[in-house]
Design a protein around this ligand. Structure first.
Ligand code: MSP
Length: 506
């Protein structure tokens, strides 16, 4: 983790795809990580944005009788709206059609040229306009791209400027051998290592036939290939050429969070470009799995088109229920299947029952037995000690896991507090103890410790469920924003009443 700023990025999304569950998945996870580090007092910079150049947008704009810029300007708000709705706390949103991006791409690519890494040659082969990628014969299935079987690949023969990717083959192998954490998880690392061992080929870095893009400095008839240009968003957003001082204070990125299908661009091409331009490498790339529906990857133009929009799920489960589901249901890193039935079941079991009931029971008993004021802890027996141990150890353990990007495990660690606290209340049965006035100190102790559990949960789950946990935090009598370590709740006035997570019928 960088000393100054924890810099985390999502990929910039192809602007013409309507944001779907898959995109929202990666953005929500990135947001949970960013919020976790802010909660722990770390300086965070969280970047997302849109990838707006390339053939497919130019073609679509023409079909709609618009200029490419008018066309992309019309759809960017849809992305921003969804991120706002999902409480995504990005610090910046970069669009590749912004001047600040375009003007800084040029000097970066110039460095590659100065390093002698660019030459003119002819490319002949396939191009998938949906992926905006050159494809080799063995990447095709039945003559079509794997991701977009509906869209035929195009045969292109063009004079292109090439980047000497092969020159960096050995340096990349050294990087992989010396720093296995550079690329996680292991599956992605192994895949890229074997690619490096097979040997890399130089790759086109410009396209002569495309007009919608950033012109190369040395030949205005060639625009920079969209993937090469797009990767630079990670540095142009923080002032690579415009503001070197700011750039130095944020770069290198602590983590580029990406989906596994774009790992080669990020973990092979991007570091090679940075080496050529003499810029430090990102510290880590993490390639997560895909959200599937019925076993197929969810996407707009590919094999599995799912017609549930994020908005529909948010309307049912709320923003917090939505975010919670995707963090809990998919083991971060692996592929995970989305099902509405599972989402409904998890919401009712874990949020309405486990966490929701813990909160409502505890606050209702404080209301009934202590006039709504959290009592001081007047007891220190084994069950209380055990619960307190779970409460105090969950945060540091989860923090260690989160630093390793083990997001699902980190949240599971925090969830242990919910399970333990519920078990504890069932064992202690404070509602029965309260029948005898002699037990009052014990009941006070039980409700105090249960409130400590809720306070810690409100803090540690706030990166996942920012709205509901702020609500819980105030229900147990605190002000402001939830904190990773809550002060003692003794004397707090609780607010009981409506359910934190109302139970949903099918
Ligand atoms: N524009 C490029 C990225 C350039 S970054 C310099 C791109 N865009 S994308 O919109 O197609 O994908 C963006 C991200 O969304 C990728 O990380 C991709 O893995 C993620 N997802 C798209 N569909 C997904 C799922 N079904 N599941 C999980 N993530 C998914 O590639």
């Amino acid at each position: 983790m960088s000393d100054e700023t924890f810099y985390i990025t999502t990929p910039i999304y192809y602007v013409n795809d309507l944001p779907h569950l898959g995109h929202a998945y990666s953005t929500v996870i990135a947001d949970v990580i960013a919020r976790w580090h802010r909660l722990h007092g770390r300086d965070v910079f969280f970047l997302t944005g849109t990838d707006e150049h390339g053939d497919k947008n130019a073609r679509q704009a023409e079909a709609e009788g618009k200029t490419p810029q008018e066309y992309v300007d019309g759809i960017v708000p849809r992305w921003k709206e969804l991120w706002k709705r999902l409480e995504i706390s990005n610090d910046d949103f970069i669009r590749t059609t912004e001047d600040r991006h375009k003007r800084q791409v040029v000097p970066f690519v110039k460095r590659l040229e100065d390093a002698g890494d660019i030459y003119l040659d002819t490319y002949e082969g396939w191009y998938c306009v949906k992926c905006e990628e050159f494809k080799s014969d063995d990447e095709l299935i039945d003559g079509n791209c794997r991701e977009h079987p509906q869209t035929p690949v195009e045969r292109v023969k063009e004079d292109n400027y090439f980047f000497r990717l092969s020159k960096y083959n050995d340096a990349l192998l050294d990087l992989y051998m010396n720093d296995p954490d550079f690329l996680r998880p292991q599956r992605a690392y192994n895949e890229m290592l074997s690619l490096l061992r097979q040997g890399l080929q130089d790759q086109p870095i410009t396209r002569p036939s495309v007009k919608w893009g950033v012109a190369s400095a040395w030949d205005p008839d060639h625009v920079i290939y969209i993937w090469i240009e797009a990767l630079q968003n990670y540095i142009t957003a923080i002032g690579f050429a415009d503001d070197p001082e700011r750039f130095a204070s944020i770069w290198p990125a602590d983590v580029h969070l990406i989906g596994k299908e774009i790992v080669r661009h990020h973990a092979v091409v991007w570091p090679a470009l940075l080496m050529s331009a003499a810029v430090a490498l990102p510290k880590r790339i993490f390639a997560h799995g895909h959200l599937l529906a019925g076993g197929e990857r969810i996407s707009k133009s590919g094999r599995k088109i799912i017609d549930i929009s994020p908005y529909e799920l948010i309307d049912i489960y709320g923003v917090d229920g939505y975010r919670f589901h995707f963090v809990r249901s998919v083991s971060f890193g692996d592929d995970g299947n989305f099902s509405l039935e599972e989402m409904q079941a998890r919401y009712n079991a874990e949020l309405a029952n486990d966490l929701g009931n813990l909160a409502s029971r505890t606050t209702a008993m404080i209301d009934r037995y202590f006039d709504g004021v959290v009592p001081d802890a007047e007891v220190s027996e084994a069950p209380e000690e055990a619960l307190r141990k779970t409460i105090t150890s969950a945060g540091p353990a989860a923090d260690d896991l989160m630093k390793e990007l083990k997001v699902t495990e980190a949240v599971a660690e925090v969830w242990e507090i919910v399970r333990h606290a519920n078990r504890y209340l069932v064992e202690r049965e404070p509602w029965k103890l309260a029948r005898d006035e002699a037990n009052r100190p014990l009941v006070a102790g039980v409700l105090h410790v249960a409130t400590e559990a809720l306070a810690t949960l409100a803090g540690l789950l706030s990166p996942v469920m920012p709205i509901a946990m702020r609500d819980l935090w105030t229900r147990i009598g605190y002000e402001g924003e939830p904190r990773s370590k809550a002060p003692s709740p003794a004397g707090n006035r609780v607010r009981s009443g409506d359910a934190l997570f109302p139970r949903l019928e099918a």
